[in-house]
Design a protein around this ligand. Structure first.
Ligand SMILES: Cc1cc2nc3c(=O)[nH]c(=O)nc-3n(C[C@H](O)[C@H](O)[C@H](O)COP(=O)(O)O)c2cc1C
Length: 400
């Protein structure tokens, strides 16, 4: 009993520390993702009751620079907020008296089955969050039979990451300005077994103010590890090893157009997805240009400041696509019920970014596993509450 009391007192004290502006790194971090949830400090991954518990640990574990990189968006973060607010506008109609003692959360994408519809979104530079970076994410998503999409700017190479999984990842492509560089990136990913390439198209420009301000103010902290300059930073990315990058000035090119997509379509037999589609017009064009899938995304509020949540963009994309190609969605998904809503609006899978990065930052592989488990069990509970035995049972009738 005394032990329990002491544990309780210790937690109360830690909670106080985490919330006080006087102590704790949360005071110094310059993120734009203050969670709306109250969470209690945890000592290990198993203690987490929801994904926000890991946000609290990440905030206090990471350096300010890396926490800012993880949490921030563009301008004043309105689109980050809109991503969450969008879910609140949707109410559900739930059915009763259906035997839901067994529910099936499996999905099939391009002929391959996964036990969970929760996909690990491509997030760059994961060594900033944990020394094992993408390898920890690979092992975790592999153990949970979940798809992982690997970023062009990953800290480990596609060969190393695919070596940590039974099934290869999909590869996310930042096309750069030079076709020659792009071509070699795609070739390397497909040689490593990646069956699909997700081309990110939402970053012709972005105003990462929090990050810029942070870099200026605390330059010294960053200089310990980073040598300033684009070419220095690109040379540190394993995916560019052996590629002549002298012609490129950015990985996020602003010269992308449909002609580029046609060229890429001709070049590779891999499945091609566009990541960052948010309108029916562009969804139609994807189909016209032979694209195999779309990811409805605003980069987690890190691209443009549209002020529109992706859960609000999803219906028009689904209507335009009419079931011809899979529609994935990301940005702001933090609860099983959010995932349920996306399925009710016609999504085929949901990707998560920051939640698994919080888990990774906190406890490496076990943190990512617990984040995937929590979201998966919340989704299963929601399916039981709504009377849906499998994901294909969830449809528009469940939207009030
Ligand atoms: C730290 C961080 C790094 C990211 N890096 C990439 C990247 O390299 N390529 C990419 O297409 N998207 C990247 N994203 C966007 C994610 O793939 C995804 O769209 C977004 O995180 C989903 O929103 P959420 O974080 O609210 O779940 C990154 C996101 C974060 C938070």
């Amino acid at each position: 009993m005394t032990q329990i009391n002491n544990q309780y007192k210790r937690r109360r004290f830690l909670t106080y520390l985490a919330s006080t502006p006087l102590l704790g790194k949360s005071f110094r971090a310059v993120g734009q993702s203050p969670s709306e949830e109250i969470s209690i400090p945890i000592d290990n991954a198993e203690e987490a009751v929801n994904v926000f518990d890991f946000e609290t640990v990440a905030r206090t574990t990471l350096s300010n620079a890396h926490y800012t990189y993880l949490s921030s968006g563009v301008d004043s973060g309105e689109t980050i907020k809109a991503n969450r607010a969008g879910f609140e506008k949707i109410q559900l109609r739930v059915r009763r008296m259906i035997d839901v003692s067994e529910v099936d959360t499996s999905i099939k994408l391009f002929g391959k089955s996964f036990s969970s519809p929760i996909v690990v979104a491509p997030c760059g530079t994961q060594k900033a969050f944990h020394p094992d970076g993408e390898l920890a994410t690979a092992r975790a998503s592999n153990s949970r039979d979940t798809l992982q999409i690997l970023s062009t700017v990953s800290s480990y190479s596609v060969e190393e990451v695919n070596g940590s999984r039974h099934e290869p990842t999909w590869f996310q492509l930042y096309p750069t300005e030079d076709w020659n560089v792009t071509r070699q990136l795609v070739q390397r990913a497909t040689n490593a077994g990646c069956p699909a390439i997700a081309v990110t198209v939402d970053l012709p420009a972005s105003n990462r103010e929090a990050l810029r301000r942070f870099r200026r103010d605390t330059n010294m902290e960053c200089l310990g590890c980073h040598i300033p300059g684009f070419s220095n930073s690109i040379q540190r990315r394993p995916m560019f090893d052996g590629i002549d990058t002298s012609s490129i000035t950015t990985t996020r090119s602003s010269n992308l157009d449909w002609e580029f997509m046609d060229k890429l379509r001709d070049f590779t037999d891999a499945k091609l997805l566009l990541k960052g589609i948010v309108t029916s017009e562009d969804a139609e064009l994807c189909i016209e240009h032979g694209v195999d899938g779309v990811i409805v995304s605003n980069h987690g509020g890190r691209a443009e400041n549209s002020g529109r949540g992706t859960i609000e963009s999803l219906p028009e994309v689904v209507r335009a696509v009419r079931g011809r190609i899979p529609v994935l969605v990301d940005s702001g998904f933090r609860r099983g019920v959010d995932i349920f809503k996306a399925f009710a609006l016609g999504a085929d899978a949901v990707c998560i970014g920051r939640p698994y990065l919080w888990g990774l930052s906190s406890y490496g592989q076990t943190g990512v596993e617990k984040v995937l488990d929590l979201l998966h069990s919340e989704l299963k509970m929601m399916m039981q509450q709504a009377g849906t035995k499998q994901l294909s049972d969830i449809n528009n009738n469940y939207i009030a």
